[in-house]
Write a protein that binds this ligand. Structure first.
Ligand SMILES: *Cc1c(COP(=O)(O)O)cnc(C)c1O
Length: 378
């Protein structure tokens, strides 16, 4: 049953209750992998074995479903396991995918899913016409990542829903970058939402996880079946950590977005920088749709330095508060040269640096980038 409280309230109360056995206010961590059968052989608690269902995972799944306005969620051991479950559940046929989706997802589609006999078209989904031209009679799945990364292009989800209408094509949205705080794809017409909970939902760079959330959609059944049969289940402690992190997700994400907005404005005014990619800037090609579809523009900012790859690397190496590391969505700020981590098939320009803006004080973050950018002669 859909809950009607606001997202700040759901983040703290959905999926949780005071423990009836002990009165514990904070959710207990159940390390047990197996659960007692009733005398008549049944399992009236709903739990029998960790891969099928587990109390900490069950709490997390109910919380994630509530945050995304879904009816059902499946929690995985990583975002990558969640995406693979969706591609598997969609069955053989044709997939249309955002051409600049997360590089690991592109890799998975090309190197694993294509081997199952599935045909994949990679298109710039910011153009609805490109999507319309790519759809075929055997298209089973439309895979959208918005905002994409590192260029943070924004795809119009309501327009895609209108385009597919009631055709038998699953509209799946990777909502990792926006989080349910800034964007709720199921309310915009998506059939399912996918997350790497390793990022903002975990939020402290100390847990890996993934999730698929749906609202009464038939694909959730094969997604859950794949989850159990592939054994891509998260540990109890990982679920407990994610549950704990979600309580602060709304405040963290708003602060990430506020810091990122200020940093984007600062970078745009800097003479060592030729371009800033942030959907909150009016100069961004998708600013209008982002403003309409999202409640804030997120915590990622990319910028192009006036120089080559070596100049960009020099800036990254001089930053002190921004740690040179991959990933995103943690409380600490990170800086990354995407072209070198993604390799030769990267879409990232060589002079681009991506920031995962943390929740440190904005003035300290600006001061740090300011001194790092002194390495670029202007
Ligand atoms: C990180 C990420 C993934 C993959 O998740 P893992 O938890 O690393 O397996 C998928 N999509 C996006 C947008 C991501 O940022």
């Amino acid at each position: 049953m859909a809950r009607t409280e606001r997202i700040e309230t759901l983040a703290i109360h959905a999926g949780r209750q005071v423990d009836p056995a002990t009165g514990a206010v904070s959710p207990p961590l159940y390390l047990s992998t197996t659960f007692q059968r009733d005398a008549d052989g049944g399992y009236s608690t709903g739990f029998d074995y960790i891969r099928d269902a587990h109390p900490n995972r069950d709490m997390l799944e109910r919380t994630l479903a509530a945050l995304e306005s879904g009816s059902d969620a499946v929690a995985f051991s990583s975002g990558t396991a969640a995406t693979l479950a969706v591609f598997h559940a969609a069955g053989p046929g044709h997939i249309v995918a955002t051409h600049d989706a997360y590089h690991g997802t592109l890799h998975q589609l090309q190197n694993v899913v294509a081997g199952w006999g599935t045909d994949i078209s990679f298109v710039p989904t910011t153009s609805i016409d490109s999507v319309a031209n790519a759809i075929r009679d055997d298209t089973r799945l439309l895979w959208i990542e918005t905002p994409s990364n590192p260029l943070l292009r924004v795809t119009d989800l309501a327009a895609l829903r209108k385009l597919i209408g009631d055709r038998d094509i699953v509209l799946a949205v990777d909502n990792t970058i926006a989080t349910p705080i800034l964007q709720q794809p199921l309310l915009l017409g998506a059939d399912i939402v996918v997350h790497s909970t390793t990022k903002y939902i975990g939020g402290h760079s100390d847990v890996a996880g993934g999730a698929v959330v749906g609202r009464d959609h038939p694909i959730m059944k094969p997604v859950r079946e794949y989850h159990t049969q592939a054994g891509a289940v998260p540990s109890a402690f990982d679920c407990w950590l994610l549950q704990r992190s979600i309580a602060t997700l709304p405040v963290r994400v708003r602060l990430h977005a506020q810091n990122a907005s200020k940093l984007a404005a600062y970078l745009q005014s800097h003479n060592a920088i030729t371009q800033v990619d942030y959907p909150g800037l009016t100069s961004h090609p998708d600013h209008a749709i982002a403003a309409q579809q999202m409640n804030g523009f997120g915590g990622l900012v990319s910028f192009h330095v006036n120089g080559d790859a070596a100049a960009a690397m020099r800036v990254a190496s001089r930053a002190r508060l921004f740690t040179r590391a991959t990933s995103l969505g943690g409380v600490e700020s990170l800086i990354e040269h995407r072209a070198s981590i993604e390799g030769p098939d990267s879409h990232a320009p060589p002079n681009l640096l991506r920031l995962s803006v943390g929740i440190e004080h904005i003035d300290d973050l600006i001061a740090d980038l300011s001194q790092a950018l002194e390495s670029i002669g202007s």
